[in-house]
Design a protein around this ligand. Structure first.
Ligand code: EPU
Length: 423
């Protein structure tokens, strides 16, 4: 087991560069299955989930090679899916990462078949895939389920109109990728508007695909075009950025995050300002100015452009350091507050009533041994440790490494004391 040990109470100061976005790179890596030619993707974060996606693609017969380029020695990946040897994602890889489902659309488009194990629930609650499967069926796929596996097969996908029940991010991405080789035009309504969907659209356009409308609630895909190899740089990770801004605010620090698209974080910076955080914003950076005194705020998570669910846990930790009551309402997942109990070990007071968390902030927390229940909640516990008196140990830190690139090093660079240990 891996743990992070944090000595709290140090002000964060300095500059860090945001990594490429986890939730953009995963569907983009899956999209490389759509062509026989090589694709090169730059600014690839060093994350466990990226490794899992590489294993999935390798298992399907693709060649995946990571390397480093440029003065900053940033990571790139070269993927060549010239000849695919399989169409199945193992139960093990599917269990490691539920978003593995995003290979289904490209496999149906390329091979006309896909076999994945049905993902179970996770600490965020049930994670159904019914929107994905219903969408594939509408495009002309036959779905069969048995013994925990989903088998999908199509004699040829056909463009159709699809209205999603909810603007699901990976469903929108999966259907765009499936539709890219379909016969005719597909229109996806009530589509997710997240920047990661736009990044996927830009990659597909670079590959010669005809996709339009990502970033709005209607995406149109004109199918039938043969895709070629492409080179692409992935967008910055807005969730990582929001996490470091919250960390800076908790420690009354002075932190500048570069490689930022500020408008991707509009809902987040608005909430930080409401919480008393002074911010400076440029074309590609956001800086938390020193001397924050946190005030309680109410937060409701929403699909983009609303406040992101993935930044619900960090804001909960932040609100423990404000004096007064904050309400956090989670509107995307059933269980997003798994770390509330862990915060209480640190002296926090968080009452969870289904999808509502009542945070009674006292302005301080004290160090304790806690356990990361999932990725974002794990990062939130690290943030709590940065502001707490004394030492905090966050166990099960592998969850954090699924989605935060070298978090211990980045925080260390800002003056925090964070040590990674293997128990
Ligand atoms: N939903 C269904 N049926 C489906 C698909 C989704 O009922 O077939 C429901 C979900 O249960 C949830 C809601 O729809 O209640 C929205 O889920 P969505 O499908 O949008 O989530 P996702 O695509 O599985 C992506 C991110 C998540 C992020 C959510 C919401 C990726 C790889 N993952 O998940 O990221 O929280 O969108 O923004 O893009 C994370 O990075 O920690 C993470 C969980």
């Amino acid at each position: 087991m891996r743990s992070f040990i944090i000595e709290g109470g140090r002000r964060l100061e300095g500059e860090i560069r945001a990594s490429g976005a986890k939730n953009a790179i995963l569907p983009i890596m899956a999209a490389t299955l759509l062509t026989r030619e090589e694709c090169v993707i730059h600014d690839v974060p060093d994350l466990l989930d990226v490794g899992t996606m590489a294993d999935i693609l390798t298992g399907l017969g693709a060649k995946v090679r990571f390397g480093r380029d440029g003065a900053g020695r940033r990571r790139y990946v070269r993927i060549s899916a010239n000849s695919l040897t399989g169409c199945e994602v193992s139960a093990e890889l599917m269990g490691d990462m539920r978003s593995s489902i995003v290979v289904m659309g490209p496999l149906l488009a390329r091979l006309g078949k896909a076999r994945v194990s049905r993902p179970g629930g996770c600490s965020l609650g049930p994670r159904p895939i019914n929107f994905h499967l219903r969408g594939f069926e509408t495009l002309g796929t036959r779905i069969r389920e048995s013994h925990g596996f989903v088998d999908a097969e199509t004699p040829g996908l056909v463009g159709r109109e699809i209205t999603l029940d909810f603007p699901s991010v990976t469903t929108t991405e999966n259907l765009i990728m499936a539709a890219i080789h379909a016969d005719g035009r597909t229109v996806i309504r009530n589509a997710a508007r997240e920047p990661e969907v736009v990044d996927l659209q830009n990659f597909l356009i670079a590959m010669g695909g005809r996709v339009d409308g990502a970033g709005s609630d209607t995406v149109t895909v004109t199918g039938g075009k043969r895709l070629h190899g492409a080179e692409h740089t992935v967008i910055p990770d807005r969730i990582e950025i929001g996490t470091y801004l919250a960390a800076a605010a908790i420690t009354s620090g002075d932190v500048r995050v570069t490689n930022v698209v500020p408008q991707h974080l509009d809902a987040v910076t608005a909430k930080l300002r409401e919480a008393g955080v002074a911010l400076e914003q440029g074309n590609d950076h956001i800086r938390v100015l020193p001397g924050t005194r946190l005030k309680p705020v109410d937060v409701k998570t929403m699909p983009y452009p609303g406040y992101p669910t993935d930044l619900g846990p960090p804001v909960m930790s932040m609100m423990c350091f404000a004096e007064g009551t904050s309400l956090i309402t989670e509107n995307i997942f059933e269980k997003r507050f798994a770390h509330a109990e862990e915060l209480s070990r640190m002296g926090g007071s968080v009452e969870v009533l289904s999808r509502l968390a009542v945070v009674r902030g006292t302005g301080r927390l004290s160090g304790a041994r806690v356990r990361a229940p999932d990725l974002r909640a794990g990062a939130a516990l690290v943030l709590a440790g940065l502001g707490a008196d004394g030492t905090t140990t966050v166990d099960h830190a592998h969850h954090i490494e699924r989605g935060y690139e070298h978090m211990d090093d980045k925080l260390g660079h800002l003056g925090a004391f964070v040590r990674k240990v293997e128990n």
